[in-house]
Design a protein around this ligand. Structure first.
Ligand code: ADP
Length: 495
């Protein structure tokens, strides 16, 4: 039974039809074949918002068949036709942005304003790739003999399996599905079981936009079973994944058997380096945004804040003032900027990292414990005197904890920053242009923000170096991940 609180929240939907609680296979809304379901809960209250089907191998196999059968007709449509469908989908997402944001806040916890921001960001990938659909050019290569002509065609890779996490319930899907559909691929999406409702609502809007049944399927439930079905199928030609490094490695290994194309967006361990010559206000504002967005639950969140000795005290004080003002609570409440963590395990991880740090000599400048609101709320926290040996520096904390690591020289900062297997985002704060270049080039990361804490956009390539992943999403580069190059040699033209 849904609680009255959950019912009241759902009643705020302008279009109640967007609350879907079935999977989408071949354009049909379906239950799991054995009738089993999984609960979707609001992390801020523990309320059950919906029960969705607990699907597995059989449902996924059917979704793959449907995507495979639709591939032929969808990929044969002109780029302009596919572009128009995507554009319509974009328009529908934008016209339903309040409802989609409400679903995001309900199932994921982020504040409503931030959820609205995610809808705009997520929609932008569909708009961008609707435009990009028409710009998938091939090449003509000057031949090596006069009776030959050499061409390069770019063709869609085929059926795509897209596995996505809970921290951006819409945007992690649109930035995969947008380019895939744009170039003619068909897709099976497996959203996180924590946040399937946004995915299902977005898929409903895709159907309304005229994206044909079977081009976009959504299955959820038993993640390893669904994953195995996608991995084992010879019809699935590409796996695209955003999530933990551990699961990403499993999917990469599992793709080897059928030699699928693989793109992975995995965990980060973002350094945020504040140099003595930084503009203090810019550094505080940027670090705050880079650290506390989504309560620290993004893979580009600043994980380690490296602060040069000369500015350390001043920066720690200013950051503390700013973090003290962050209002924690249910994301539906006006003024709240820090929602709950996704679940109990997430809070336990944060507690473990904070305890490890304090036991090794770090001091708690602010917070450092569960919030009095209970549930999975944790106090926005700042730790001082952190060093590279502590867990909080070695691994992604994925919570509202800002560890400050003092350093002396630029060289030392670069060494500390690169001393990790991760390589997704990095941030630097300095007023020096030569230093901006030097450090940006030295950082072994896929994204670098200079004097800026929020840098993701659909027009720029997003992706990691080292064990943070393979491939790039968004931008003109993002569509290459869904394309196969074909070289055609025409010979004997003068015969
Ligand atoms: P997180 O820690 O962010 O939840 P996960 O990597 O566990 O990251 O989850 C990301 C996505 O991967 C989710 O949709 C999850 O259900 C899915 N997933 C988890 N385990 C597997 C698996 N063995 N095979 C396929 N997908 C999986």
């Amino acid at each position: 039974m849904m609680s009255t609180d959950a019912q009241a929240a759902i009643a705020r939907l302008r279009d109640s039809g967007l609350l879907k609680s079935k999977g989408l296979v071949g354009g049909k809304w379906v239950d799991s074949y054995d009738g089993k379901t999984v609960q979707v809960q609001n992390p801020a209250t523990g309320d059950v918002i919906a029960n969705v089907p607990c699907m597995g191998k059989r449902e996924t196999d059917d979704a793959i068949s449907s995507a495979y059968n639709t591939f032929y007709s969808w990929s044969k449509r002109t780029a302009s036709e596919r572009s128009k469908c995507l554009r319509k989908w974009y328009d529908l997402i934008v016209s339903h942005k309040e409802d989609l944001a409400l679903l995001i806040t309900l199932e994921q916890g982020k504040p409503l304003k931030e959820a609205l921001g995610e809808v705009s960001y997520g929609a932008a990938f569909i708009e961008f790739f609707a435009e990009e659909a028409k710009r998938i050019y091939g090449d003509i290569i000057p031949p090596t003999s006069s009776d030959r002509r050499l061409f390069v065609l770019k063709q869609p890779v085929g059926v795509v399996g897209a596995i996505t996490p809970w921290n951006f319930p819409l945007a992690m899907i649109t930035r995969k599905v947008g380019p895939a559909l744009a170039c003619g691929c068909t897709v099976i999406v497996k959203p996180s079981e924590y946040t399937p409702l946004t995915a299902l609502a977005a898929a409903d809007l895709a159907l309304q936009a005229g994206i044909p049944p079977g081009a976009l399927n959504v299955v959820m439930g038993n993640a390893p079973d669904i994953g195995d079905s996608l991995l084992q199928s010879t019809q699935v030609r590409k796996i695209t994944f955003t999530g933990s490094t551990a699961v990403g490695k499993k999917l990469m290994a599992g793709s080897a058997n059928t030699v699928k194309k693989v793109s992975l967006e995995l965990g980060g361990n973002a350094p945020c380096i504040v140099f003595d010559d930084a503009d203090l206000d810019v550094a505080v504002k940027g670090s705050l945004a880079a650290k506390f967005r989504n309560s620290g639950q993004t893979c580009v969140c600043a994980n380690r804040i490296l602060v040069q000795e000369g500015i350390y005290d001043e920066f720690a004080n200013a950051l503390t003032k700013a973090v003290q003002n962050l209002q924690v609570g249910n994301g539906l409440v006006e003024g709240v900027v820090q929602g709950p963590l996704i679940n109990e395990a997430a809070v336990e991880k944060v507690e473990k990292f904070v305890n490890d740090a304090t036991s090794k000599g770090a001091n708690v400048i602010l917070g450092g414990k569960r919030h009095s609101l209970g549930m999975t709320f944790y106090e926005p926290t700042i730790l001082g005197n952190v060093n590279s040996e502590m867990l909080v520096s070695r691994e992604e904390v994925f919570g509202p904890v800002a560890p400050l690591l003092p350093f002396k020289t630029e060289e030392e900062a670069i060494k500390i920053a690169n001393d990790t297997n991760a390589g997704l985002a990095a941030y630097i704060f300095t007023k020096s242009i030569p230093r901006s270049w030097r450090v940006s080039e030295a950082l072994e990361y896929g994204l670098v923000g200079v004097n800026e804490g929020l840098i993701s956009t659909e027009v720029a390539p997003f992706g990691g170096a080292k064990q943070s992943g393979l491939g790039r999403e968004g931008s003109k580069y993002g569509i290459d991940e869904y394309l196969e190059l074909k070289y055609v040699c025409m010979g004997n033209l003068e015969a």
